[in-house]
Each structure stands twice: as C-alpha cells, then as structure tokens.
Write a protein that binds this ligand. Structure first.
Ligand code: ADP
Length: 516
C-alpha cells in the first residue's frame, strides 16, 4: 500500500502522522471513560494521543503485557458483564466466560419474576474533572456528561459523545411518549394514513401514571401476554412477563421497590408493553437485531447507518408455555451468556449479513427489501420524534444501538434504543465488528479533516438522512415490478461491508480534490 492510499486507523509513518495533526502541528488529544474496544481503537489511531488520566495510568502499568491496539489477542481484562455503561471489560479472550470473569456463571436458570431489580449499575467512569482545553475528543460516559455539560465551555474543534438530553429517546417511557406525539402531529397535518407509518412499537403504557388506561386495554384483550420493564434499566434487569392483572398487584402497591433504595422518593417508572407472541424464529429460537446509528447533528438532522450489526439469539427454543424463563424470552447477551448450555465459542450471534442472506434465501429479495425499508423508517421516525427536543450542539454526537424484533409476518418492531450500546466484545468476530464500527465512526467525524464533507459512504457507514432522505448513487438504481427504474435509499444494512477498500478509495479521491 502506498503512503498516499493509507487508511486511517492503520499503521502510518510518523511523518505522515505529524502532517495530519488538526490543531497546528500537534497530535489529536483524546480522553476515554471506557476500557473496551473503543479504547483500543483510540489508542491505535495514528496521530492520536491519550490525555493522562486513570485509564492512561493503568495502560502504563499494563504496557508490557498488552499487544498492539487492534490485535485480536489483547489481554485487557474482559468485562464479562456485557455492560452498556461500565468502564471495565474489553476484548475477547479464551477466559472471558470463566466463572471468575463472567460474574459467576452458575448455570442456574434466571427467572422472570416480579421481584425488584437491584439498583442500576453505576458507571465507573473517569471521576476527575478535566480542564476545558485538555482534550479534543472525549468518549465520556453519560453520567460524566450530565454532571459537567451545563458548566462546560467547549472550544470550536472539541467533540464529545452524547447530546445533553439523549434520554428523551433512550428511556423506554420517553421514547414511546415522543413517538406517540409525532404520530398525532403527523395525523393532524398529513392525515390518518400517514400515521400508520408509526405503527412499529408494541402498545405501551407508562406505569404508574397510565395504570388505569392500561387496565382498560388489558380487559379489552383477555389472555394476551404483557411485558413489564423498568424505564431506565438495561440488560434485562427487572423485566417480567405476565398474563393476569393479579401478577402486578404487588407492583402497584409499591412493594416492588428495592428495600436498599432509600433515595427513591417516587415509585420507579416502568413501561408495560404488549409482548410480541409471534416472533420470527430461526431454528426455533427468538432473536432481536442490534443496529448501529450515528447522529452527528440534530439540526439539521444528519444520520449515518452502519452496514454491520448482529442478530442476538436466545439459547432456548421459543415457547409461550413458560413465561418465567428468561433464556426463552430475553435475547440480551448479558442474560443468554449465563445459560447452562451457552457455548462461548459459538456465542448467540449472527451477523446482519448472514441474517439478510438467510431471509433472502427463504423469502426472496423483495420481501427482505421491505423488511429493511421498514427498519430505515423506524430509525428515522425515532430520531425525528425527538429532533425538536434534543439540545443540539455541534460538539456532540451520538452512536445509538437500536433493538429491532421481527415477527413471523416479517414486520420489524422497535424494542428500544440505547445511547451506550455495549462495546465489549463477546468474541473475535464481535471484536472485529466493533473495532471497524468505531474506527469508521472516527473517520466520519473526521477530526483530521481529510475528507471533503460530501461523502455518502465512509467505511461501513452510509449516510441515511441529511436534512431529508439520501438516495443511493445511480449505480444502485433498481427496477420495480412494472419495469420503471427507481433510485433506492442510501441504506445498506446487512450488505457486504468492504470498508477497507472503500476507505482507500475515498481518501485517495478526497486528497485529489483537495489538491485541485
Ligand atoms: P433492556 O434495556 O433491559 O435490554 P429491552 O426492552 O431491550 O430491555 O428488553 C430486553 C429483551 O426482552 C429484548 O432484547 C427482547 O428480546 C425482549 N423483549 C422486550 N420487549 C419485548 C416485547 N414487547 N415483545 C417481545 N420481546 C420483548
């Protein structure tokens, strides 16, 4: 590979690095609250330098034992929790599922009970406060942002993860509230039929505030299954399924509240949601799909969609007979990896590429295109529902993890949106996916200022929305059944991700454009 075609994130000469510093001639300084794949990516990025902090000191202590960033054999301690916000845990290793590191794999069946979940896991983020000018890029945790954003002054070039009030979309109750509001507005302005495009989340009520409306709905639909979920928890914590109102009587009385949680003044908010009883099954197992979406601006809305994602399977065959069994009904990796017969080598994931190929072979490409178009609609509607509410800030960006479930009619349903999708790898393939995803995220943000800003694809990220739908280039025209050509959306979820080749091409062409 010639020097001119080198891809960022891969080995570069020192001279090339120095020439590419964005701020004068110095290197880009980063901070990172997490110790998982993102830290490997940032440390492996040519021309980027870590600002000293707790992670940095730990790195110095581990230096002799840690292989080069990006290698598949990093020896950093695995998290074993699949956590979303925690700052521990990192790359895969053969020992990652040993009892010592998996949070105690006992093989005991976890049940979905109406018992309270423990207090939400606190992030072990960087506790120290950093000066305004100490960093150019900060992958911070949400807690840090909440505590510091309002008093922080950011310089022109600084970039930070998370928008101030990201929870408007990522807390289960608020997401549904915002979607319901936009649906009503759309119906008012564009008619009832337009509102149908919002029918992608299961009927949901917030508890305790909407308890009485829920009871009416419950009585109208006798015998169906409902799922209760704490609004602000993750990893399947505190979730249970039920069919009788009596099952949530204790919850209503407030007895569900953790005894240890003395700080809570009002009952914890839950959502109660219609349980999807007819999930699409592969090999008799239920799965949901994790999709990565990057928002670099809310005003105007600018959205990128990553080609790779994965389907997360439950370990046990689906059945509605045992609604207490978490291994049957919850597809979270953090739940499934504790199943007695879980195989860490095989894991419980399929790439979206494999899923798309499977569905295409079974149902034909037209049916599959419809599924993925439906997913695009979910992504954009979700973001539009909070577009006017999110505090837009040119310094902020957000990488969301959307969770989508397919039913046996191939209809995609939105389950939830995460602001801190797990970046802890569950195996070698998962590490490769996350390493490429994050490296390309940095390529999209382009702090090095090497691109033109007009790209519609950067590595594995495709520009889905840029103040309006983005259409694919002419090369992607397709024929409809009546023979006319249509241009399709610039959306390639589950398509081949030849990211390295594509990066080489765009960097070469951007360099040529900039020279002229
Ligand atoms: P958490 O944030 O705790 O992961 P989720 O809302 O993502 O909570 O739910 C956890 C899992 O439960 C999902 O990954 C999915 O497998 C299952 N699930 C959640 N809601 C539903 C639903 N309405 N119907 C069917 N399965 C659901």
């Amino acid at each position: 590979m010639s020097k001119n075609t080198r891809v960022p994130g891969y080995m570069q000469s020192k001279a090339a690095r120095n020439a590419r510093g964005i701020i004068g001639d110095r290197e880009i300084r980063f901070k990172c609250s997490l110790q998982n794949t993102i830290l490997d990516v940032l440390r492996g990025r040519p021309g980027w330098q870590e600002v000293p902090g707790p992670n940095f000191q730990q790195q110095n202590m581990q230096q002799n034992s840690r292989p080069a960033a990006g290698s598949q054999t990093s020896t950093q301690p695995p998290d074993g929790k699949g956590n979303k916000t925690g700052s521990t845990g990192t790359t895969p290793s053969n020992t990652q599922n040993s009892p010592a590191t998996s949070g105690g794999k006992t093989g005991t069946k976890p049940t979905l009970s109406s018992q309270p979940a423990g207090p939400q896991q606190q992030s072990g983020g960087v506790p120290n406060r950093i000066g305004d000018g100490d960093w150019d890029f900060y992958w911070c945790d949400r807690e840090w942002l909440h505590q510091n954003y309002d008093t922080m002054f950011l310089h022109e070039h600084q970039k930070i993860l998370h928008f101030r009030n990201h929870y408007e979309l990522t807390r289960k109750n608020l997401m549904v509230k915002n979607l319901k509001r936009l649906k009503k507005q759309t119906e008012r302005e564009q008619g009832k039929s337009e509102g149908l495009s919002f029918d992608f989340h299961p009927t949901t009520y917030e508890l305790p505030s909407e308890y009485h409306i829920f009871v009416e709905e419950f009585k109208r639909n006798p015998g169906i299954t409902w799922i209760m979920k704490p609004a602000a928890k993750s990893q399947g914590k505190g979730i249970f399924l039920f069919r009788r109102l009596k099952d949530i009587t204790d919850w209503k009385k407030g007895e569900y509240q953790p005894l240890t949680d003395t700080t809570r003044e009002v009952p914890e908010t839950y959502v109660v949601q219609r349980y999807i009883e007819n999930p699409y099954l592969i090999g008799g197992r239920k799965f949901d799909i994790r999709i990565y979406v990057l928002v670099v601006s809310y005003n105007p809305l600018k959205v990128w969609l990553y080609r790779d994602g994965f389907a997360r399977f439950s370990n046990t065959r689906f059945s509605l007979d045992s609604i207490e069994d978490a291994y049957v009904h919850l597809t979270n990796v953090s739940v499934q990896k504790n199943a007695p017969d879980y195989d860490p080598e095989k894991g419980c994931k399929w790439s979206t590429l494999r899923l798309r190929q499977y569905l295409s072979a079974k149902h034909g490409s037209e049916a599959v295109k419809k599924v993925f178009k439906g997913i695009d609609n979910i992504i954009t509607k979700g973001l539009q529902s909070v577009q006017k509410i999110i505090i837009n800030d040119k310094h902020c960006f957000e990488m969301y993890g959307y969770d989508i479930l397919l039913d046996d009619d191939l209809k995609p349903w939105l389950i939830e949106i995460n602001a801190s999708p797990s970046l802890t790898a569950s195996g070698k393939e998962d590490y490769e996916l996350k390493f490429g995803l994050l490296n390309d995220l940095l390529n999209v943000l382009d702090l090095e200022n090497r691109l033109t800003g007009k790209e519609k694809r950067i590595g594995g990220w495709d520009l889905l929305w840029d103040d309006g739908p983005v259409l694919a280039d002419d090369g992607n025209m397709e024929c409809t059944t009546n023979g006319t050509s249509v241009t399709t959306a610039n959306s390639f979820l589950g398509c081949h991700n030849d990211r390295k080749r594509q990066l080489r091409e765009i960097y070469t062409s951007a360099q040529a454009i900039k020279k002229t």
